[in-house]
Design a protein around this ligand. Structure first.
Ligand code: SF4
Length: 131
């Protein structure tokens, strides 16, 4: 019987969950330690189909900063997170970038996009200060 302990991260209370396979339970898992039903849903999802929102940075050209913060616009299967990070590490964008711009479309055929978490203006040429 598969059994796992985990912390529920749905709210700041952080209940200590124990999730175990149970063929009699509606979705095949029994969850203990949760104070609300969101913990049940979280525990079952973590056991059956764990996902994560991916956050990272990509190389950025033509702006004051060299890295652009990015995130996935939805949860990615946990088993694909490492491969996603490799694809993100290969990406490079040119300023200007607006928050929400798609940086990598449909990453790994998940239907999830990697989007900019911040707007970045291009470098402006320096202007001489008159005396
Ligand atoms: S089980 Fe409910 S109360 Fe406990 S951490 Fe999860 S969401 Fe919060």
């Amino acid at each position: 019987m598969q059994k796992k302990e985990m912390i529920c991260i749905v709210c700041p209370l952080g209940c200590q969950l124990e999730v175990a396979e149970d063929s009699r339970a509606e979705k095949g898992y029994k969850v203990d330690g949760n104070r609300c039903k969101r913990g049940t849903e979280y525990g079952i999802k973590e056991m059956s189909d764990p996902t994560r929102v991916v956050t990272s940075t990509v190389r950025l050209k033509g702006a004051y900063l060299r890295r652009l913060p990015v995130r996935s616009d939805g949860p990615v299967p946990k088993k694909l997170v490492f491969e996603c990070m490799k694809r993100i590490a290969e990406a490079e964008v040119q300023a200007p970038v607006r928050m929400g711009d798609v940086i990598i479309e449909n990453i790994l055929d998940t239907g999830i996009n990697i989007i900019a978490s911040k707007s970045m203006q291009p470098l402006q040429p320096l202007t001489a200060i008159s005396p």
